[in-house]
Design a binder for this molecule. Structure first.
Ligand code: ADP
Ligand code: MG
Length: 248
């Protein structure tokens, strides 16, 4: 199963991806988290800690600098450059680099193409994509299973969400689930629903404990598992796995 997490920068993609990945792993699924952002920080939200997160970024930079041998296949990339962390989630940084070798499966194709090319995925892959709609445009017509669109109740965030949803539907990439994030009240939720009619929406409140975890470099799931915002992200993961319920 392939799950892509998209949305405007700062909407909460990385935080959401991390809670999704770890929750899937806790149910016993083999879980691979792909950090596709050129500013990779998924490791921190997953609870890998600063050292391991930095080390993973370092490997990516070493490939870029020609100091580390490239991987010959996506499987080798995940095998050699990935690391296991909390709840057994495997994390690999696959963000674009400055000097890719054209055609190289570990750096010469965009992360979204890399995800598209992954066949026979065992368990679940959660891809924390780069901000904006470019990633979805580059997916072409390669199907995903679920596209989680993270949207804050702001005009700009909702505009990115709407364009993302249109593209996903146009290219029949997969089921769309909207994570309405950082909601302060019912009006916020209504704003999201009005901007994205007919789409499945899961409400996630603005959560001080998530902001605090970020400042401390911790995984929200570790530092505040019972906080409403974290629980809502866990509930989102259940919805990802559950059958679709349009308009819900
Ligand atoms: N529900 C929430 N409540 C409060 N803060 C949040 C929430 N979701 C995300 N954040 C904070 O918003 C900021 C951006 O989140 P992040 O997941 O890094 O977004 P993105 O990956 O889309 O850029 C981070 O500081 C994060 O802690
Ligand atoms: Mg991010």
């Amino acid at each position: 199963m392939k799950v892509a997490v998209v949305g405007k920068g700062g909407s909460g993609k990385t935080t959401t991806s991390a809670v999704l990945a770890r929750t899937f792993a806790r149910t016993g699924m083999k879980t691979l988290a792909l950090d596709c952002d050129t500013n990779p920080n998924l490791g921190l939200s997953l609870g890998f800690g600063e050292e391991a997160t930095e080390a993973l970024i370092g490997v990516r930079e070493a490939v870029d600098a020609g100091e580390e041998e490239h991987a010959g296949s996506v499987a080798e990339l995940i095998d050699r450059f990935g690391v296991d962390g909390p709840d057994g989630v495997r994390l690999a940084v696959v963000s674009a680099i400055e000097n890719p070798e054209p055609g190289c499966p570990c750096c010469g194709i965009s992360p979204e193409r890399l995800l598209a090319q992954m066949e026979d995925v065992e368990g679940v892959v959660v891809a924390d994509f780069e901000a904006g709609i470019g990633t979805i445009m580059r997916m072409g017509d390669e199907p995903l299973d679920v596209v989680v669109i993270v949207a804050e109740p702001t005009a700009k965030s909702l505009e990115v969400a709407r364009r993302s949803a249109d593209l996903v539907n146009q290219h029949q990439l997969g089921r769309v689930l909207v994570a309405a994030n950082r909601l302060r009240d019912d009006d916020d939720l209504a704003r999201v629903r009005a901007a994205l009619p007919g789409l499945e929406v899961v409400a996630i409140p603005d959560e001080p404990a998530i902001a605090l975890a970020e400042r401390q470099g911790d995984a929200p799931l570790d530092s505040a598992p019972d906080a409403a915002g974290v629980r809502a992200m866990v509930a989102l993961s259940e919805r990802v796995m559950a059958p679709a319920s349009p308009g819900g």
